[in-house]
Design a protein around this ligand. Structure first.
Ligand code: FAD
Length: 826
């Protein structure tokens, strides 16, 4: 018979106690808990505050009486263990209510004291009477009471971790306007930034204001004012402080047990504690739960994970070890799941940031897949990211954000990681399928297929974070979605060539087959098809933008732009005295695109607005979580009035009135074309023409450049092309600069030195040289017309010009000059 003492009576402690009793009827088991309650549902506390869990008793998973009766335990609440005497194998216990202390001896001691919220000693914190932390039932009761009695209208949650985000949602459920302040540039650190952005959008869409990348400085006015490091101050009725937890290690440190760099109790794989001076195992003293340091299962480095699964698992394992079972704790992966309003946010293993910090080789892939067959009603999108080691093919981690079935995918990947599966084995997992649950190729299989393509070298992966870097390297951005999808938003400078039109429009990609081409579609699939076409046609430098435009759009999400509610207030037109509508007519068209995935809802909106007259309205109902941000930006860019944007359940309801364009806007919209007449054969002027032409083309204008006289020199090939010429023509050809590389500066040319200096500067500043600019302009669809008459006069032949130049006369110029808003003579 053993006498076993347990410190802490909640997740780890209570699990260990129950398992110990199941393994032996003989042992004496005493469990000490400092507070009143044992084995309560910590994880449910925020939901009780939000009135989602209505009955407080539901939080009390086990009562002392119930657990004592079932497991024959000696449970002592309001009993704090304040000392461990390792030599005498006794602990000192303080009765919290009376202050009385006594000794209790042990054969085995298990420490499961958990972790406590960080409470920094910053100015004004003690005086802040409206400030709370959340760890246990008394904390919960205090917050609940404050809300009931003080009826706060506003709250600031400091810290955007799991508890902070859950609290923000639940305070919103109570009708409180919430701001989250977070020092990092994102909430939920287990996610990579582009994934966290999806959560930001969801929080904003539900009215949570985000202040990111800004730290807490001080509190003033008894907590009514929060001062931030940036100088910003926020007025608030209620503060929840959730900036993280630290291990409860006072007892362990007093007993000279070894702790790690962040204060967690160091343990062996058998959960044995160690002596701080000798690092030797301390016989009979074990530690589990939030308080301990564990191995990161993926990287085998030291870490600490404050989650319920590890605490419960360790509780069971420690009991087994005490009873001689040959087992050990294999490390934690931090598999987690969280509800953020209508989204499920789930992750496992290392994220890209962490893996890179640990210098592990990393390849990341993104996918956006429906949770089940799209033809079965109610399919919703899951945004997935998977990280693996391209050298060993080990899976390092994964993140998923969606609705139904999201955490299932993470659980499958977590299982694969635990069983040391390679990334290439994901496609071979035979997963359950019926249309209402999944697809014959489950999203997890798809991640495997994508990884296989990358491993096979079909393409390189470009990350949204690296777009501007690739741009500087002269990459061409090719968007192979439909023009309507392209219209709803695209990468800057991208050219749009639908995948099915690709083969017949290759000339738009320029001459070089080695130029980096970054291909994107909405999610990556059509881009893959396009890449395979190009690859088989000899293009060598192909990138697939990981996650496609969907990931790019999430990455670029503008903080706090997805807020919902009444958007437009009544506005009186000064000339007519009429007020603009603030509500739709009853007979307005309603388009319900619930269940449709991005960009479907936006495309449906585009079509619906196209079909109505100016001043008429349409109501769009969508469930896509990105719709709130999308529709706001789209309406603004296209000059329509977004009257309101509301959320009912999981449905976003947008009311849009088709914009009545002003006279100026109408004139502008007619001016779709721009023409540049380039007379000059000088480098600076040719550069200016290309910059203007590219800018106009990127704005969707049809641009043509009419090269005449000396301007023709910019179009000449830089090699000598054997063509038949008379003597004068040959002389002329010899004296004129051959091609864009040879053009002189208009002033300060200094026998070519000035031009060389400018080119050097351009290189230094990462500005493309003229020949590249010329190609880029062509790729953007800028039409080059060489003046026939000037060519004849100067003896320049068609063969001497670069590819893609049309030869034309004044007729061609005039034809291209119709509907022109801008004509420049350079
Ligand atoms: P705890 O369960 O915290 O238990 C430690 C107990 O020890 C405490 O009751 C403490 O009073 C007692 N104690 C400490 N020192 C002494 C002493 N000297 N003498 C006597 N008693 C002592 N995890 C998830 O995986 N998913 C979730 O959704 C989730 N949600 C959470 C929500 C909230 C609000 C909180 C606070 C935590 C949540 N967690 C969640 C974390 C999870 O609850 C913890 O990881 C888990 O409870 C840790 O178990 P533990 O036994 O180590 O510590």
């Amino acid at each position: 018979m053993k006498k076993i003492l347990i410190v802490g009576g909640v997740a780890g402690g209570a699990t260990a106690a129950a398992r110990l009793r199941r393994l032996s009827e003989k042992d004496e088991i005493i469990m000490f808990e400092r507070d009143e309650y044992i084995s309560f549902a910590n994880c449910g506390l925020p939901y009780y505050i939000g009135n989602v869990i209505k009955d407080r008793n539901d939080l009390l998973v086990q009562t002392i009486e119930g657990m004592t009766e079932r497991f024959n335990l000696d449970i002592r609440n309001f009993s704090e263990v304040i000392d461990i005497n390792r030599l005498s194998k006794t602990v000192t216990v303080k009765k919290v209510k009376t202050g009385e202390t006594y000794q209790e001896s042990y054969d085995v001691l298990i420490l499961s004291p958990g972790a406590k919220p960080i409470f920094p000693p910053i100015e004004g914190i003690k005086e802040a009477s409206n400030l709370f932390v959340l760890r246990n039932i008394p904390d919960t009761d205090a917050i609940y009471r404050f809300i009931e009695t003080k009826k706060p209208k506003t709250a600031v949650v400091v810290g955007g971790g799991f508890i902070g985000v859950e609290m923000a949602e639940n305070l919103c459920e109570r009708g409180i306007k919430v701001t989250i302040v977070e020092k990092l540039p994102q909430v939920l650190a287990p996610l990579d930034f582009e994934m966290a952005q999806i959560v930001h959008r969801e929080l904003n869409a539900h009215g949570v204001n985000l202040v990111l990348g800004d730290g807490l400085l001080s509190f003033a006015n008894n907590g009514r004012t929060i001062n931030l490091e940036s100088g910003q101050s926020i007025e608030t009725d209620l503060i929840i402080l959730s900036i993280g937890v630290v291990p409860e290690n006072t007892l362990a440190k007093k007993a000279d047990l070894l702790v790690g760099p962040r204060g967690h109790i160091a343990v062996t794989a058998k959960l044995e504690t160690m002596d701080a001076s000798t690092n030797q195992v301390v016989e009979g003293v074990y530690a589990i739960g939030d308080a301990i340091q564990v191995k990161d299962f993926v990287s085998n480095t030291d870490t600490a994970i404050a989650l319920a699964w590890p605490a419960n698992r360790q509780g069971r394992i420690v009991a087994d070890i005490i009873h001689g079972v040959d087992t050990q704790y294999n490390g934690s992966m931090g598999t987690s799941v969280l509800k953020v309003f209508n989204l499920t946010v789930s992750a496992t293993g290392n994220n890209q940031r962490t893996a890179e910090m640990k210098k592990i080789p990393v390849q990341a892939i993104h996918a956006h897949r429906n949770n089940h067959a799209s033809y079965y009603p109610g399919a919703t999108n899951i945004d997935l990211k998977l990280i693996y080691n391209p050298e060993t093919l080990e899976i390092l981690g994964a993140q998923a954000i969606g609705q139904d079935g999201t955490e299932k995918r993470i659980d499958v990947i977590a299982t694969a990681i635990k069983l040391k599966a390679k990334i290439t084995q994901l496609s071979d997992l035979e997963l359950a399928y019926a249309p209402s649950y999944s697809s014959a190729k489950d999203p997890v299989n798809i991640l495997g297929y994508i990884a296989e393509n990358v491993i096979a070298g079909f393409y390189k992966v470009a990350y949204v974070q690296h777009v501007s870097e690739l741009e500087k390297q002269g990459a061409l951005f090719l968007d192979v979605r439909t023009p309507i999808e392209f219209e709803t938003g695209a990468l800057p400078g991208a050219i749009n060539l639908e995948v099915d039109q690709l083969r017949s429009n290759l000339h738009l990609l320029g001459d070089s087959k080695d130029r980096p081409i970054v291909v994107n579609c909405q999610v990556g699939l059509r881009a893959y098809v396009a890449i395979m076409i190009l690859k088989n046609l000899g293009y060598t430098n192909l990138y697939n933008l990981s996650g496609g435009y969907s990931t790019y759009k999430a990455f670029k999400y503008e903080l706090n732009s997805a807020a919902i509610g009444a958007i437009k207030s009544a506005k009186v037109d000064e000339t007519t005295g009429m007020s603009t509508p603030t509500a739709l007519h009853d007979n307005s068209k309603v388009v319900d695109v619930s269940g449709m995935q991005c960009p479907g809802p936006l495309m449906a909106t585009y079509k619906a607005v196209q079909d109505i007259n100016e001043g008429d309205g349409v109501k769009i109902i969508a469930t896509d979580p990105g719709f709130a941000a999308d529709v706001k930006a789209w309406a603004k860019t296209n000059g329509h009035d977004l009257l309101s944007l509301n959320l009912e359940g999981n449905k976003y309801i947008a009311e849009i009135v088709k914009g009545k364009k002003t006279q100026a806007e109408q004139t502008q919209s007619n001016q779709e074309n721009a023409t540049i007449v380039l007379f000059s054969g000088e480098l600076d002027k040719a550069l200016a023409s290309m910059i203007i032409a590219q800018g106009a083309a990127a704005q969707g204008k049809h641009v043509s450049i009419f090269f005449t006289f000396w301007g023709l020199n910019a179009l000449r090939k830089d090699v000598n092309v054997p063509v038949k010429k008379n003597f004068i023509e040959r002389m002329f050809g010899f004296m004129m600069p051959r091609g864009a590389n040879k053009l002189p500066l208009s002033s300060m040319n200094m026998m070519g030195m000035g031009a060389l200096m400018i080119k050097g500067l351009m290189k230094h500043k990462n500005v493309d040289q003229l020949p590249i600019m010329i190609k880029d302009a062509q790729a953007l669809g800028v039409k080059f017309i060489a003046c026939q008459m000037s060519m004849d006069l100067m003896g320049i032949k068609h063969e001497e010009l670069i590819d893609g130049v049309e030869i034309g006369g004044v007729g061609t110029y005039i034809a291209n000059n119709e509907n022109v808003g801008t004509t420049l003579f350079i």
